[in-house]
Write a protein that binds this ligand. Structure first.
Ligand code: 1MF
Length: 182
């Protein structure tokens, strides 16, 4: 994944905990002598998974909890680190934004050739709920998506509930369906 993702993990830990905790996490992930990440460089996915695992171990919380917290943080982080206008273009309400996620990723992907964007579709849309279908080549990031949706809810001041109603791992990757209610 692009270095921006690893930078966001670093930022979350140093702001919510400390620089010392981050150093400890890097050591646990066997990245002790890594100075920092370049936002535009692409890194192996395993590096990000190792960091998530190391955060879980160091803070003594589950990887699901780490992923959810990180998903929420990502929405805030990217809004502040130069992607605010892009996020604004993707919509000013929770359902509109969710509907525009593929467009958002195709815009990022046109600049970043190594992006491997997930895909999102909304179905059964009502005034207060929808089903969000998530497809990704990456396995195991389901809880990050839950955090991302909750982070969007906070961004738009929309109280929402997210539940996982279908989840499938295959050769193609991860295929999940979430019920989102607001
Ligand atoms: O392949 C990738 O490197 C990659 C990185 C980040 C693919 C997707 C994403 C964004 N996505 C992270 C979870 C991925 C889960 C998966 O792969 O199955 C979050 C998508 C998302 C969902 C809900 C709400 C908001 C979301 O993200 C908004 C967003 C998406 C992409 C970026 C920023 C905000 C982005 C911006 C610049 C990037 C990379 C991603 O890289 C650059 C580009 C230009 C200059 C410097 C860095």
């Amino acid at each position: 994944m692009y270095g921006l993702v690893n930078q966001a993990i670093e930022d979350m830990i140093t702001h919510q905990f400390s620089v010392a905790k981050w150093e400890e996490i890097k050591k646990t992930a066997c990245l002790g002598d890594m100075a920092g990440f370049e936002n535009m460089q692409s890194y192996p996915d395993n590096l990000t998974y190792d960091l998530i695992g190391a955060v879980s171990k160091t803070l003594d919380i589950t990887t699901e909890q780490v992923l959810e917290a990180f998903g929420e943080y990502w929405v805030l982080y990217t809004a502040e680190k130069g992607y605010g206008d892009m996020l604004k273009m993707a919509g000013d309400s929770l359902p509109i934004f969710m509907n525009n996620l593929d467009t958002l990723h195709s815009i990022v992907g046109s600049m970043m050739p190594n992006l491997r964007p997930p895909s999102f579709q909304c179905t059964e849309i009502t005034n207060h709920s929808l089903k969000l279908h998530y497809h990704s080549k990456r396995i195991g990031l389901t809880n990050m998506v839950i955090g991302l949706i909750k982070g969007l809810g906070k961004r738009f001041g929309t109280v929402c509930e997210v539940s996982l109603i279908e989840s499938k791992k295959s050769e193609q990757g991860q295929e999940d369906v979430f019920f989102v209610k607001w």
